[in-house]
Write a protein that binds this ligand. Sequence first.
Ligand code: PGA
Length: 240
Amino acid sequence: MEVKVFNNAQEIAVACADIFTQQLTEKKNSVLGLATGASPVPTYKELIARYNDGKISFKDVKTYNLDEYCNLPRDDKNSYYTFMHENLFNSVDIKEENVHVLDGNAAEPEKEAADFDAMIDADGGIDLQLLGIGTNGHIGFNEPSDAFSDGTFKVKLTDSTIKSNSIYFDDDSMPRYALTMGINSIMKAKKIVLIATGASKAQAIKATVNGEVTPLCPASILQNHEDAVLLIDKDAASLL
Ligand code: PGA
């Protein structure tokens, strides 16, 4: 696992967009694993700028998003489906049929999860997976637990995640469950890039980089990946 430290979020966005640009240049029909949250937003802005400059195209790209809330309408302002369209998809030339966001309202979540993993496999696997990290070390919504998860599954969110994400929701309306790609689904990606900024992520980054590989810090599994890079700012790196 490689760790690169930057001065600020904008420098990270440029470095992360460079990795995406190289991927899309080498393989125009790349399969991208994408993330939501505050961390990837500057990267998506940079990718949109490069698309507008004619440097990259998403015309033949397929995307799979890491996770989605359960019991939230797909067009809710806080759904990850909406987030991805507002922050990237509506501004580039990706085809809607190539966009895959889990259906958090599926009548049979287990089938939805299994179908999602099967579709990724049928598309040849994820070439490049983008990740954020929770203050509790989660990746996707793989929360700290006593075992690493396997494929995509329905998860009960922890209090820490509910506290972090409820700032986006009115009152107490934040969903308590989500569908998420599992640790094994994530680890099967050929290349992984994780971005983190701010002192609130320093403890999770320390456990990820210097701690033992443990499901108590799900991101620590990235130590076992052959091609994973962490792009972090000085504050997130402050405990390394
Ligand atoms: P953030 O979330 O980018 O909004 O900090 C990251 C995460 O929880 O995975």
